[in-house]
Design a protein around this ligand. Sequence first.
Ligand SMILES: [Zn+2]
Length: 337
Amino acid sequence: MAKKKKSSPYLAVALTLCVAAVGLAVAIAVLAISETALPPVEESSSQGVTEESDPSADESIEESVEESIAESSAPSAESSEAEISLPEESTEESVPEPEPGLGGEIPQLGSTREYESYIGLRYSVDLVQFEKYIDPENASEYLLLVSPKAPLGKDYVPDDLIYIEDMRAGRPSYYSYLREYAEKALEAFLDEAAMYGHGDIKVSNGYRSYSVQSTLFNNYLADERARHPDWTEERIYALVATYSNPPGTSEHQSGLCVDMHNQIDTNNTFDGTPAAIWLEENCYRFGFVLRYPPDKQDVTGIKYESWHFRYVGRTAATEMHELGMCLEEYLAYKGLN
Ligand SMILES: [Zn+2]
């Protein structure tokens, strides 16, 4: 009996501590839940420009953007994405960063939840109908390299081209197709972008046939000849080749890449806008890469293009993201070229 009487105060203290601990745990859980709320809508980069009335004006956007090549470094601003918070932790460092390049096995097909845990970021869109396109089973098929050093033949035409749903209004129909898997993955990517406040991003160029590229290139040659009547043909060709790909060397012929942006006024650049930064930071989750990053110009041979995204499938895109590699480097790293 004496023992019981003695233990009572200790029991009371222990109970009080338990209640306090539970209270703290609840408070931490509430905090964690509030941090995983839907992504906040970011400010649109609309600069108050008027709706274009001449669809052809858009065609020159690549030129104008290319002419104002920004030497700025890759956008690195942190966007406020919904991070997965572990319930027992309330501090911001709740999700461990994957080891760059050593991240182990990237979860494959049909394991989106595992993938989300792996990268420490959750999808906002429902991926059920898009999963198999974002993370293709026959992934190597989508690693095709097309470049001035690795041109495609005149007859290369993908046999699974479909219409791009998020096409910019007024664009010619011959720019409006993409290979099926890339197009479906793009739909999910742009749905997600819209949930983060970037619903105005549209595609201006998709698949481009050899003959369309040929026409484009020849038009540029004609323009430059008119501008520089005293130049040799070699010099004219070399100049045009710095901003347009000769037929066969444009990645657009693969049907695996798009140009997309949210600019209406062709004098505006896309680079550095909130939408451009968001696309670059999130493309890998949907199987895309920014194909011509500013710090890889010496490897790709192409100037930085903030609007050009290439589909490679999620596993490759995630590895490239982790390794900081462009496609050329990645293929060499994997022994695939
Ligand atoms: Zn492009």
